[in-house]
Ligand binder design. Sequence first.
Ligand SMILES: Cc1ncc(COP(=O)(O)O)c(C=O)c1O
Length: 350
Amino acid sequence: MNFASDNIVGASRPVLEALVSANAGAQPAYGGDDATRAVETMLCEIFERDCAVFLVATGTAANALALSALVPPYGLTICHAEAHVIDDECGAPEFFTGGAKLAGVPGVGGKIAPRTLSDWLAARSGHEKEMPARALSISQATEGGLVYDASEIGALCDIAREAGLSVHMDGARFANALVASGLTPAQTTWKLGVDVLSFGATKNGCLAAEAVVFFDPARAEAMRFLRKRSGHTLSKGRLLGAQLQGYLAHDHWLSNARHANAMAARLAQGVVALPGARLGFPCEANEVFPVLPRETVTRLRAAGAMFHPWSARSLSAGERVAPHEMLVRLVTSFATTEQEIEAFLSVARG
Ligand SMILES: Cc1ncc(COP(=O)(O)O)c(C=O)c1O
């Protein structure tokens, strides 16, 4: 009954098998290996265009390096106030950009509303004493487990473009959001105006592998230097290439995400039927955010269930968590089983 996150499990079998088979023989180092080359081609096919692809081992490195390629040291990146880039990366974006800052804006469930972005931009003075906004970073799925739809992404990108901002998407859970949207990878990214995607894979079946995808290769000119000087160009690049090759082949990444999302939907359905429980945010991908009576939380913890309490800052107006309640986050993964969910619900029912 471990719903603490989707990085608590190891790698899925095809990823491990790909690693083992890529282990044999000599290969060029630093990303010149066959597996990395194959992944670059696969991602171009998946996104239906020529992309510049850079593999790294962590989501924090992917985000911070992507922003460092888009934003000068004096620039600002607008993101949600609870975004991973601003709250959970120990200042890596500021560090990698050489001093650029992040500005957090509010929004229900981690989503930035187009109106919030345009109002924020309209309130800027343009004076040189203010850091100028240079990028927008949105998380797909969001930190509240929500999925931006195409019209929301399109509207945000249009506003960003008008104001001269680049658009970065933190796709740590891109696969989960994608299968929930029913759209193609291209339809939810560059066709709407996204410039750079942190294509997450660690949470959905890899051990440690992410790809920074530039939809305009001309904008990636500095990236190989930025990655190397940050220590994220692996000598044995096959370690990353092989994982992603196994992950992408035969749509394995999509099957994993569909499973995780189906498990979350089932968990959400069971949770809303619990006495005194409700969802803080709708379940749209592989995360469930119930508001539970504290006695239910205590009973679940006593039975060994693992999950994290969650901040109530992004609940919608009018929704509040009473003193006898707690907002928690339950995350499902490619490895979650129906039995785990039934066991959790059965303890929760008391
Ligand atoms: C939204 C989001 N972005 C990025 C990351 C990647 O972080 P890490 O550096 O732990 O791989 C995470 C992981 O928790 C996340 O939830």
